[in-house]
Design a protein around this ligand. Structure first.
Ligand SMILES: Cc1ncc(COP(=O)(O)O)c(C=O)c1O
Length: 373
């Protein structure tokens, strides 16, 4: 194939050429002098990305995001501990299920699909009784909603004996702002295949000082995912060497672009995608004001199905995602996360516009958003 398909997926996302090249680096002893500087560099750069100070730590494990959800449950909670899971879609549900599977006593606060959680409601529930942890999703990939995690964190951090706030930001950081040095943020979970612009396969966990002080030293039913050695920068087992090389290169790109610029770029991508949906008659499904800058869910119009829209896009070389769970037959999802530029998004939306009766009008509106920025 001369051209690989363009990806407008929530993940995996496009992998830049310098990252691909870095992953071709020859193998060397992962405990030897060639690889050691890579390990140190990557951890230092991740500390920068997550704003982790000397009192916090970052762990990189070979697993996809779900493995990390399981890992944080195993490392900060014991069977029988009480936790509150706030679910705003399929991935919040997954976090809840991971905790339940480990016999954690999880209460669930379920928010309707498409809505963001309400900070006051979560706060009331979280302080109703003594929870060891609150589990939330920052950016709900199944609905394209960004939850106000920063406001919840600030509110919770005022409570005495506040539960640990553990955040699944797998489709959020580093494309959306969320940092360990923000008051009340204790643990952030991420994965390589979204904003980190790498292939799937690495899970990332950042922890602040309060979380590290509550990291379980001993726990039944945990072995490979014991985070203690990882948070000390050690490899207890063979790391995914090629992915580490890729992550090293990707972190350079992220840092070179700059934090403010990266957030602004994703913000613009979110606005362009939502504008496209509004004008196309494919309405965005996220609650107004909470539409994500990395994922946009659009309702498919009468007479079409997500499957037919995706198939037509695929025939023109563009891969988009379908709705999940209750939205499987009524929504498409556009991922504009990681190595996606406004021009790439505009070209991809032009592919989708082929399916509209008024493509030029719709694209003119998207163009206006782009050029007002
Ligand atoms: C918010 C969120 N949580 C969890 C996951 C699960 O991650 P993985 O598919 O890497 O296991 C995803 C993947 O899309 C996600 O977007």
């Amino acid at each position: 194939m001369l051209f690989p398909p363009d990806l407008l997926l929530p993940g995996p996302t496009p992998v830049p050429e310098s990252v691909q090249r870095a992953m071709l680096t020859s193998m060397s002893d992962h405990r030897g002098s060639v690889f050691d500087p890579v390990r140190i560099r990557v951890l230092e750069k991740l500390q920068k990305i997550f704003h982790v100070g000397s009192d916090g730590a970052v762990a990189v494990l070979p697993a996809s995001g779900t493995g990390m959800l399981e890992a944080v449950c195993q490392n900060f909670l014991r069977p029988g501990d009480r936790a509150l899971a706030v679910t705003t879609g399929l991935f919040g549900q997954r976090f809840y299920e991971a905790a339940v599977s480990m016999e954690i006593a999880v209460d669930r606060l379920e928010v309707p699909w498409g809505d963001a959680f309400d900070v006051a409601q979560v706060l009331a529930k979280a302080t109703e009784q003594s929870y060891r942890a609150v589990l939330v999703t920052h950016n709900e990939t199944s609905t394209g909603v960004t939850n106000p995690v920063d406001r919840l964190a600030t509110a919770l951090s005022g409570a005495t004996d506040a539960p640990l706030l553990i955040v699944d930001s797998i489709s959020g950081v580093p494309s959306l702002p969320l940092f360990i040095d923000q008051p009340g943020i204790d643990v952030i979970v991420a994965a390589s295949q979204k904003g980190f612009m790498c292939p799937p396969g690495l899970g990332l966990i950042a922890a602040g000082p309060r979380a590290l002080s509550r990291l379980l030293k001993e726990r039944q039913g945990r072995y490979y995912f014991d985070l203690n050695p990882y948070f000390h920068g050690h490899f207890p087992y063979t790391p995914a060497v090629s992915l580490w090389y890729g992550l090293d290169a990707a972190l350079d790109l992220l840092i070179d672009e700059g934090e403010a610029e990266r957030f602004a770029r994703h913000q613009l991508l979110g606005e362009m995608a939502r504008r496209f949906g509004e004008v196309a008659g494919w309405p965005p499904l996220a609650e107004l004001g909470h539409g994500s800058a990395t994922i946009t869910s659009l309702k498919t119009p009468e007479g079409t199905t997500p499957q037919s829209i995706r198939q037509a896009a695929k025939e023109r070389g563009l891969q988009i995602a379908g709705g999940l769970g209750p939205w499987a037959n009524t929504a498409i999802r556009l991922g504009h996360v990681g190595a996606v530029s406004p021009q790439m998004l505009f070209a991809s939306l032009a592919v989708l516009a082929h399916q509209l009766s008024n493509p030029a009008d719709v694209l003119a509106e998207v163009f206006a958003i782009w050029h007002q920025s």
